[in-house]
Structures are given as C-alpha cells and as structure tokens.
Design a protein around this ligand. Structure first.
Ligand code: PRP
Length: 204
C-alpha cells in the first residue's frame, strides 16, 4: 500500500488533477464534504488531504510514503525527506517587500513580518543583518501598511496584492512550486512503486 498526502486547498486540487491524468483516481476526493482519507483498492493506494504546512510532517514520519508540498513549506520546515520532483504547479516566488517609499536604515534592527520565520532568519543571517521577526498568519501586507513592520517576507504570485496596497518587491529570495517528496525509508523499500508514480506524474 502506498500512502499519499496531498495539500488541502486550491493547489492540492490542481495536483490531484495531475494524479487523475496519470491514472491515479480516488473516487470522492473532490466531493465537497469533510472526508479526508480515500482508498483505491485496485491500485493499493490511499490518498489523504492534509493541511499544506503539515504535509512534510506526515511524510518525514512515514505516515505518508510520498506527498506534495510547496517549496516554501520545505524551505521553512527543512524536513528530512527526499525531494523527488518539481511538479511545476503553483509557481510563485518568495520575496521581501516594503512600502513603495521605504528607505532602509542598515543601522537599525529591521522589523520583518512573515509566516516564514526560518526563511527570513536564514536570509538575513547570511547578510549579517539583525532583524526582529514578527510572526503573523496571513494578510501580511497589512503589517507595513499599518506600521507594524518595515518589510514582509511573503509569497508573491501575480503581484496584485502588493500593488493594491502600495507595496513593492525589494528582493526575490526563491522560486517556489509544488514538489513531490518521499519518506526516506519508504523510498528505499518501495522504490519501484514510487518511481512509477513519479514517472507517470512527470509525463502528462
Ligand atoms: C498569498 C500571499 C499574498 C498573495 C500573493 O496569500 O501571502 O498575500 O497570496 O498573491 P498575488 O501576488 O497574486 O497577489 P493567500 O492568498 O494564500 O492568503 P494569505 O494572505 O491568508 O496567506
């Protein structure tokens, strides 16, 4: 049996579509109810919806053999898993942004609002810049607008949210997209089955 963790939400539904195209269908997966676990007995596979941020936890601990997680979440949590494939869905960037008229004073501690404290910390540590992390959950753009922070470290897709709040990108930190990840020991013992899934997902 192969267990697969997919991120619940828009990206997960898109990725599930790729699995269906590759021949892996789990009846009921897209039904609008609260069921979370789906089995395909013929394929001997099980698929479940997991909060996006938690996918690496299920995979690292082996509850899921494989899973799909955004590169943002992988950079933030740094799980001990194999990153097998860039699925090329959900492409966006991790960026630092600030108000259009922001002028940095390198002598001052920079106030950074983010949902990704590790990514922000690592980035500024490399520059030797001291920062004050302000951990938030969503709607980060509010923080610099209202003066809670100097900058944000956040995901930018179209740039619309920044533009509409008079913010702009100062620097891009990383390219992001959905990745297929695998539990290390599951990959060792189920290499063929997992490689087959990877191959079929990859050539749609
Ligand atoms: C993400 C991100 C930005 C927005 C960027 O938020 O945090 O706010 O999308 O997209 P854009 O560049 O196309 O405008 P999301 O919609 O996931 O909600 P959140 O603010 O609750 O994290």
């Amino acid at each position: 049996m192969i267990n697969i963790a997919l991120p619940k939400g828009r990206l997960g539904e898109k990725v599930y579509g790729l699995f269906v195209k590759a021949g892996y269908e789990f009846p009921g997966m897209l039904d609008n109810n609260r069921k979370l676990v789906f089995e395909n007995e013929a394929l001997n596979m099980r698929m479940f919806w997991v909060k996006p941020f938690d996918v690496p936890v299920y995979v690292e601990r082996g509850t899921a053999d494989i899973g799909v997680a955004g590169k943002d979440i992988l950079l933030e949590r740094a799980p001990d898993v194999y990153e097998l494939l860039d699925i090329q869905a959900g492409k966006c960037k991790m960026a630092i942004a600030a108000k259009n008229d922001f002028h940095d004073n390198p002598q001052k501690i920079l106030r950074v609002a983010t949902e990704f404290p590790n990514i922000a910390q690592n980035y500024y540590a490399r520059l030797g810049r001291e920062i004050d992390i302000i951990a938030l959950r969503g709607s980060l753009e509010l923080a610099p607008v209202l003066g809670l922070s100097d900058v944000i470290v956040d995901i930018v897709e179209t740039g619309t949210t920044l533009r509409e709040n008079n913010l702009s990108v100062i620097r891009f930190i990383a390219d992001l997209s959905a990745r297929l990840i695998a539990n290390k020991s599951a990959y060792k013992f189920k290499t063929e089955a997992i490689d087959e899934i990877m191959r079929r997902i990859n050539c749609d």
